[in-house]
Design a protein around this ligand. Structure first.
Ligand code: PLP
Length: 252
């Protein structure tokens, strides 16, 4: 038997997942009429204690959308030099949002609150881009799956609040970090304005990611998803039942 360790993205749906897909109740999700997708969004939002959620075809598109929600063209986001949003999303930060990245020299994809604060451009100095967003990645992909210390993330949130910056989490593999550190999704829901989580990385789902935020964020995200071509029709065939092990662990 050959085991392919190139990435957790090469994992395939299990027999249980395939069966769930065969029996999934579906509708047109562009009209928000797919009961399986609606149930998934409600379930994940509740799990994180956040107001609303939206299902997307990919984690790249959830990140694209979150960055668009939080920025205006010409502005700058802060992230680690290893960040997926900077390195592996085809330059979508600039393509879709007209935003530049201020890269921090962190450790395995993780930075300190002090580094973030030092990287903020003075808002009145109109020669430099206006800093408007901090993007965190947990676990870090290029950092080899490193997990953040939640306390540092809280300190960075304080810096964001002090300077009026938005705070987004690329949680493609947040599930792994929460298991490793015995954390609860609600702790993350209380910290970040938007969170992207992926279902297609080792969870047996063939495709998909979920963006979490306020009702207003998700209202606006629906339009951005449409613009990016991410509105899918009977997408509930990627069924929430495949998500069960995680919900059992974290439902209260
Ligand atoms: C940290 C991180 N964010 C986002 C993504 C993008 O996910 P997708 O491949 O679904 O676009 C990946 C993909 O591997 C990732 O590792």
């Amino acid at each position: 038997m050959i085991i392919n360790l190139i990435s957790d993205t090469v994992t395939k749906p299990t027999a249980g997942m395939l069966e769930a897909m065969m029996t999934a109740e579906v509708g047109d999700d562009v009209f928000k009429n797919d009961p399986s997708v609606n149930a998934l969004e409600e379930k994940v939002a509740k799990m994180f204690g956040m107001e609303a959620a939206l299902f997307f075809p990919s984690g790249t598109m959830t990140n694209r959308t979150a960055i668009k929600l939080h920025t205006q063209p010409g502005e700058q986001l802060i992230c680690d030099k290893y960040a997926h949003v900077f390195n592996y999303e085809g330059g979508g930060v600039s393509f879709n949002s007209g935003v530049s990245c201020r890269l921090l020299d962190g450790h395995r994809g993780m930075v300190s609150a002090q580094q973030v604060e030092e990287a903020i451009n003075p808002p009145d100095f109109y020669h430099s881009p206006l800093t408007s967003l901090v993007c965190i990645e947990n676990t870090t992909n290029k950092g080899g799956g490193a997990c953040w210390d939640l306390e540092e993330l809280k300190r960075i949130k304080k810096v964001c609040e002090k300077h009026g910056l938005h705070y987004h989490l690329d949680g493609a593999r947040l599930w792994n970090a929460m298991v490793a550190n015995n954390e609860n999704p609600k702790e993350y829901g209380a910290l970040f304005e938007t969170i992207s989580v992926c279902l297609s990385k080792g969870l047996g789902c063939p495709v998909g990611s979920v963006l979490l935020g306020t009702k207003e964020h998700i209202h606006d995200a629906l339009r951005i998803r449409k613009i990016l071509g991410g509105g899918m029709r009977q997408s509930g065939f990627r069924q929430p039942r495949g998500f069960m092990p995680w919900t059992i662990m974290w439902n209260d």
